[in-house]
Design a protein around this ligand. Structure first.
Ligand code: TZP
Ligand code: MG
Length: 222
């Protein structure tokens, strides 16, 4: 599948501010993918339904972790981490889009083999939000790009300033938390402009993804 050429917005239940206002701002800025991330199960369903209503007809609605909740409310998909669920089992259970967080080539290849529709890759750079993981850097992102054909959502320390470089290194789209925590609508709009501009240039140039060996099966599929 292809993901929309859009910034990937994470609505975190723990972050400051009214979550519905923030989702609305992101959608107003043009976000066509919204993930609801909530570690507290007790409050998740109410917000999931309300966020999903805001997304209707405008953005894909993905729920982090909670497979069963996603099925119950009818979300478009689920995003799982390496620690959440074995990915083959997850594929059997998840109807709709399955996204998997990955941090290296091995995890990325495994996620693709399991039938993931996209992978999250990161943290690409040092992230204030996710401090426990060492950044993978652009070189690892390029290696992952060469190894898999499914869409890559890059995350971790990404800003308006470095987003172009991340896209050039093989990401299909961008996700950021800190960078959009201020003026969400305006910043999401700017990210979308950067993504659209990159895709336009890529089309003109016939694809500028970092592929060394375009005769390999992975390269040939793209
Ligand atoms: N996974 C890898 S980095 C990250 C997650 C959820 C957080 C990204 O946050 P920020 O603030 O955009 O660096
Ligand atoms: Mg998780």
């Amino acid at each position: 599948m292809e993901l929309p050429a859009s910034f990937y917005f994470i609505a975190d239940g723990q972050s400051a501010g009214d979550i519905l206002t923030r989702v609305q701002e992101a959608i107003n800025g043009g976000a066509q993918i919204v993930q609801y991330r909530e570690k507290r199960r007790s409050v998740a369903e109410r917000w999931a339904r309300e966020i999903m209503a805001l997304c209707k007809g405008k953005a894909l609605f993905i729920i982090n972790d909670h497979v069963e909740l996603a099925q119950r409310v009818g979300a478009d998909g689920v995003h799982i981490g390496q620690e959440d669920m074995e990915c083959r089992k997850a594929r059997e259970e998840i109807r709709g889009i399955m996204g998997v967080s990955t941090h290296n080539v091995e995890e990325a290849v495994r996620a693709e083999e399991c039938g993931a529709d996209y992978i999250g890759v990161g943290p690409v750079f040092k992230s204030k939000t996710k401090t426990e993981r060492i950044p993978i850097g652009l070189d690892e992102l390029k290696k992952i790009r060469r190894a898999v054909s499914i869409p890559i959502v890059a995350i971790g320390g990404i800003t308006l300033e470095n987003a172009g470089l991340v896209l050039k290194s093989g990401a299909d789209t961008i996700c950021a938390i800190s960078a959009v925590s201020g003026d969400t609508e305006r910043t999401v709009r700017r990210f979308n402009q950067i993504i659209s501009e990159h895709r336009r240039r890529e089309k003109e140039e016939g694809g500028n993804k970092p592929r060394e060996d375009t005769t390999s099966p992975a390269g040939a599929q793209r």
